[in-house]
Design a binder for this molecule. Structure first.
Ligand SMILES: Nc1ncnc2c1ncn2[C@@H]1O[C@H](COP(=O)(O)OP(=O)(O)OP(=O)(O)O)[C@@H](O)[C@H]1O
Ligand SMILES: [Mg+2]
Length: 226
């Protein structure tokens, strides 16, 4: 029998980094990935992307409001102000420290990254300590060269669409040591690199029309039954 791999998803102790130039299909790809990933998630919808807004009820950026929303829905969507770095980090820190098994998806990691590969204490806690608590993570970025190094060092998977700048490619190859990831893909095509066995698999466009339906097809305990 041939080598049949299961389609990508992010399990509770795993992290995925989704990278690609603007318009390459990151948010759509990440939403599809989320639809396949078990458990509860809070989505930081920094760009007010309508697809992400449609995945669950909107909540205030406050740990109590997030927890309250998660009592009613598998996925909640927050629109925090990325100009208020301290509140961004505080709430991420609170989510991490709550010990709750909840995943976090950040649609643009640039807003949470500082210079020199650093980030604030909330994202750092989530990336470096969340795994032990079973808190999965999905982060997207259109500028891989400018995001925090912890997003790379803690990542289980890299989903890579087309990038344009040499320095962005260089950063991705530096942290994955997979030069085959660098190729000009057709729009919405992507490579999925699994760091556990250094395997790269190429995929075509995710079924965009199917994403919202998958979020609606859950049983009462939040398990995806589609
Ligand atoms: N798999 C797909 N099938 C059909 N259309 C797609 C698919 N992926 C993306 N698109 C379309 O391409 C456009 C860009 O996709 P998307 O918003 O996911 O890109 P992005 O990389 O997140 O862009 P940005 O960097 O601007 O946030 C959207 O209009 C989206 O509907
Ligand atoms: Mg996007």
């Amino acid at each position: 029998m041939g080598d049949v791999r299961a389609l990508p998803r992010v399990l509770p102790d795993q992290r995925a980094l989704i990278l690609g130039a603007t318009g390459s299909g990151k948010t759509t790809g990440a939403a599809w990935l989320l639809s396949r990933s078990p458990g509860q998630w809070v989505v930081l919808n920094s760009k007010y992307d309508p697809l992400l807004s449609s995945l669950g009820p909107g909540v205030e950026w406050d740990v109590g409001a997030v927890q309250d929303g998660l009592r009613k829905s598998r996925v909640v969507v927050a629109h925090p102000s990325f100009y208020d770095q301290s509140s961004l980090d505080e709430v991420l820190f609170d989510i991490c420290e709550s010990g709750q098994v909840v995943g976090v998806m950040v649609d643009e990691l640039l807003y949470l990254s500082k210079g020199n590969g650093q980030c604030g204490p909330g994202l750092m806690a989530l990336l470096t300590r969340g795994r032990a608590r079973g808190q999965p993570f999905i982060g997207c970025s259109q500028r891989p060269a400018n995001i925090t190094q912890y997003a790379y060092t803690e990542s289980t998977y890299f989903g890579v669409f087309t990038l344009r700048a040499d320095r962005d490619w260089a950063r991705v190859i530096d942290y994955t040591q997979c030069p085959e990831l660098r190729r000009q893909r057709e729009p919405h095509f992507w490579g999925w690199f699994d760091t556990r066995d250094n395997r790269l698999t190429e995929y075509g466009p995710v079924p965009r029309h199917d994403i919202a339906r998958r979020f609606k097809t859950k049983n009462s305990s939040g398990t995806i039954i589609a």
